[in-house]
Write a protein that binds this ligand. Structure first.
Ligand SMILES: [Fe+2]
Length: 239
């Protein structure tokens, strides 16, 4: 076989192979295309067991993964968080009252400080209210609910001098402080995230109470009966 003849045969062979490949692909596509719709319909209707979705039993309610062990633990946290929410909102309101109706020599400094504290307690109320939602329940922070259920005593109406407002606030924030420490103990096993968050709140409330008390420290005056009144200047002497 001459070189030219061999070359011609090879070219024809390659061309036929290519044609065959194209033909096979075209036929295959046509066949698979004709099967595509029925098979797609079958896969949308059937699961691995050969049952259609309509034949499967569907859950009536999606089961959420609540973080606590059981309903008893969850109920304890929910009651505590609901009460804390309304009490924090009450303290927020009381601080605003004290901020507005303040009078006396400490007006400027306490006016600002009371406003900062109102903002702090408002933010805390938001965080603890939303924790109720984390646990799968709705929270009730309506003003009627606050008035009906809060454990924080009402604030007197009208002008309040700086010293009087400080003492009224110390009393009321102390009620909240006790509630928080009780909550820390009650939830430390059953709901550690809530307990830890209450510890953070306790840190802020303890600081708030210290800052209120320190304004009342007047040797020979209103603060004379406070625990540290007899220790004036001792820290400096010891150094
Ligand atoms: Fe203001």
């Amino acid at each position: 076989m001459g070189k030219q003849r061999f070359f011609a045969v090879a070219v024809v062979g390659v061309a036929l192979s290519a044609f065959g490949l194209v033909l096979t692909r075209t036929t295959g596509l046509a066949q698979s295309g004709s099967d595509d719709k029925p098979s797609a319909r079958a896969s949308s209707k059937e699961n691995g067991d050969g049952k259609s979705n309509e034949q499967l039993s569907q859950p009536k309610l999606i089961e959420h993964s609540y973080p606590l062990a059981g309903d008893q633990e969850r109920g304890k946290s929910l009651r505590l968080l609901q009460q804390l929410t309304v009490d924090l909102l009450a303290i927020d309101n009381i601080y605003k009252e004290a901020h507005w109706n303040l009078s006396g020599p400490l007006y400027l400094q306490l006016h600002e400080y009371y406003d900062q504290q109102a903002t702090f307690y408002h933010k805390q109320a938001d965080d603890f209210a939303e924790r109720v939602l984390h646990l799968g329940y709705s929270v009730d922070g309506r003003y009627a609910t606050i008035a009906r259920t809060t454990t924080i005593p009402e604030f007197p109406a009208g002008y309040l001098t700086d010293n009087v407002s400080l003492r009224l606030l110390v009393d009321r924030v102390t009620v909240l402080q006790k509630e928080i420490y009780k909550g820390i103990r009650e939830t430390e096993q059953s709901d550690p995230p809530t307990s830890n968050r209450l510890q953070d709140l306790a840190f802020g409330v303890d600081k708030n109470l210290w800052q209120l008390r320190i304004h009342l420290q007047e040797p020979g005056g209103l603060g004379a009966n406070l625990p540290w009144s007899s220790q004036q200047g001792h820290a400096r002497v010891k150094k």
